[in-house]
Design a protein around this ligand. Structure first.
Ligand code: MSP
Length: 520
């Protein structure tokens, strides 16, 4: 298949169960993957879990279990979350897999062969929660005057023998790469931050630890395990079979997009490209740092008691509703807020009352007034042509916005198409035509069938389950559900010729009820 497209999410630390922020990233990546598949691209989609490092080791110690047992249990929760949310990943990569050790050691050796690694002593600040080293100058003062990382997490003074990566040597090559590839770091605000940071000068990076052993062993250096970010970033290669020259590596590397949150942009746009340059591997085409999801505008935290289990939300409102809400409500790249009421309001207005109602009304009238029989060769009026044109334009705008990762604008464009259809139904009033001009009624209903199908195909990457149920009812076969089908002008004639008839339709976007008791 032509035109490969490789997308990855960050791999989460499975030191607890997944929260809505993890779900948000997985859903956004899934929408991108499904959109690109609909565009005809040969998509590879990888996600997974990041299982090494001090954070995991400490959590396991607190629980009195082995790190391996913690990883096995918690990684399973992340995988189940993906399955429950209909995330169409091809590979779920765990960093405790044997193959991942091999890949991480191979990239290490490639960097070593390039002369970029040396042994020295690390003295500096480390945040276990961020799994990050910080310069003194980056620290901020906490309420009690204690030193905190720029992310507000505790830091500890660390002194140990360590391998270093010659990051300083990559300052100029990185700046040159950013300049030559303006889309490498997106959105632009994040790009500016990174450029400023790199222009400020880069210090060599400590990339191994000796004070604990929960990590990938450094080849040929007993007592050292790799700094967790070295192995974590390598996961993007492991899933393709690196270091072997596999067909997967040939087809999908470099990645088209690493989708990650704004807090880990530096690791992906400074360290990772430097490691790749050192190992003589191609750099990903784009790193996109999405915003954070806040609960009613506030950061989620265990102490505030507002950490929401995404599976509970999906159970309450439905997976498709949650997916639609997140992609529609949050301007992609910015922080966004969610609450139960906001989900209900948005989904009821747009999915249930606008598109759902359009589909349900149209199919029911065809079922009741035409016996479910489809007719392809009815005369088309100016109003019909105008509606078909408006819907086609709205879908074209949506596809373009989705390719540019502007999902809220894309869904806005889609809604313009839906509104035009509802205005058309009201103007044409097919229920009144039934008595006065039944032939015209049939033409109106067939126009509605066409636009409903087109709008359904367009929004399918966002709400795949509901749309597939709708398309099943419409007799649209699985192979004709991508965007290429939008260009097929004969589908209705083909269905009619096959003798397909509509049965009594069932609604696919139920109205949601607000939660009793104001929870969430
Ligand atoms: N393990 C590292 C990533 C390694 S990638 C080679 C990590 N894990 S994490 O579990 O802390 O975060 C996983 C992803 O979830 C990150 O992209 C992070 O930005 C994202 N999010 C964590 N909390 C979030 C929100 N509240 N909202 C949106 N995304 C959030 O970082």
């Amino acid at each position: 298949m032509a035109d490969p497209f490789y997308i990855t999410t960050a791999i989460a630390y499975p030191n607890g169960k997944p929260h809505i922020g993890h779900a948000y990233e997985a859903i956004a990546a899934d929408v991108i993957a499904r959109h690109q598949r609909s565009e005809g691209r040969n998509v590879r989609f990888q996600t997974g879990t990041d299982e090494h490092g001090l954070k995991m080791a400490q959590k396991a110690r607190d629980l009195g279990i082995t790190p391996r047992a913690l990883c096995d249990e918690m990684s399973g929760h992340f995988r189940s979350m993906c399955d429950a949310l209909n995330i169409s990943y091809d590979v779920f990569q765990r960093t405790t897999d044997e193959a991942h050790y091999k890949a991480s050691q191979a990239i290490w050796q490639a960097m070593e062969a390039n002369g970029d690694l040396y042994l020295d002593r690390y003295e500096g600040w480390y945040s276990v929660r961020d799994e990050a080293f910080y310069d003194e100058s980056e620290l901020v003062a906490g309420e009690g005057g204690e030193k905190l990382s720029p992310q507000g997490t505790p830091v500890e003074w660390t002194v140990e023998e360590s391998w270093f990566f010659r990051l300083s040597a990559y300052q100029e090559p990185l700046l040159a790469h950013y300049a030559a590839n303006p889309d490498f770091i997106s959105p632009e605000s994040r790009r500016n931050e990174v450029v400023k940071f790199v222009e400020g000068g880069l210090r060599d990076l400590s990339i191994s630890r000796t004070s604990f052993d929960w990590g990938v062993p450094v080849p040929g250096s007993p007592g050292h395990v790799m700094y967790v970010w070295v192995d974590a970033l390598t996961n993007y290669l492991t899933g393709l079979g690196y270091p072997e020259k596999t067909p997967e590596m040939e087809t999908w590397w470099p990645a088209d997009i690493h989708l990650i949150g704004k807090d880990i942009v530096r690791f992906h746009t400074v360290y990772w490209p430097a490691f790749l340059m050192s190992a003589r591997l191609a750099l990903p085409r784009q790193v996109f740092g999405h915003g954070f999801l806040l609960h009613r505008g506030e950061k989620m935290s265990k102490s505030l008691g507002n950490v929401v289990d995404p599976l509970e939300l999906a159970e309450t409102f439905g997976v498709d509703s949650l997916r639609y809400f997140l992609m529609r409500e949050v301007s992609f790249g910015h922080d966004g807020s969610y609450s139960a009421e906001a989900i209900v309001t948005r989904c009821n207005a747009e999915l249930a009352n606008s598109f759902g109602n359009l589909a349900q009304r149209s199919l029911s009238m065809i079922f009741k007034n035409m016996g479910g029989i489809l007719k392809a060769d009815l005369p088309v009026s100016e109003a019909d042509e105008a509606l078909l044109g408006t819907v086609a334009e709205s879908i074209a705008a949506m596809r373009e916005a989705f390719t540019a990762l502007d999902f809220s604008a894309g869904l806005d464009a889609w809604m313009r198409g839906v509104f035009a259809c509802n205005a058309y139904v009201d103007e044409q009033a097919p229920w009144a035509l039934r008595k006065t001009d039944p032939a015209r009624m049939e033409a109106v209903l067939m126009t509605l069938l066409r636009v409903t199908r087109d709008l359904a195909l367009a929004v399918r990457p966002v709400v795949p389950t509901a749309i597939d149920r709708l398309l099943d009812q419409m007799g649209i076969v699985a192979e004709a559900r991508d965007y290429a089908a939008l260009a097929d002008k004969n589908w209705l004639a083909d269905l009619a010729t096959k003798g397909f008839t509509l049965s009594q339709p069932a609604g696919v976007f139920p109205r949601l009820e607000a939660l009793v008791g104001g929870e969430g």
